[in-house]
Design a binder for this molecule. Sequence first.
Ligand code: FES
Length: 71
Amino acid sequence: MYICICRAVTDSAIHEFVSGGASSFRDISSATGCGTQCGRCVAQVREVMNEALVDQGLLASSEQLRVVSSA
Ligand code: FES
């Protein structure tokens, strides 16, 4: 699914960049150009990037944080 229409960046591409070591919006934007034209995709790029970071075990999910904070 396309996340950034202007630069034709897909969710799969964002997951691949995170697997390759990208860990910030700036990393992904620098590599793909996403968010640099109309900017409408920025929030969704961040959301997909965070999902990918959780998948990689590099970021705790909100559910994990909720469990930790209530413990
Ligand atoms: S949709 Fe990503 S810059 Fe326009």
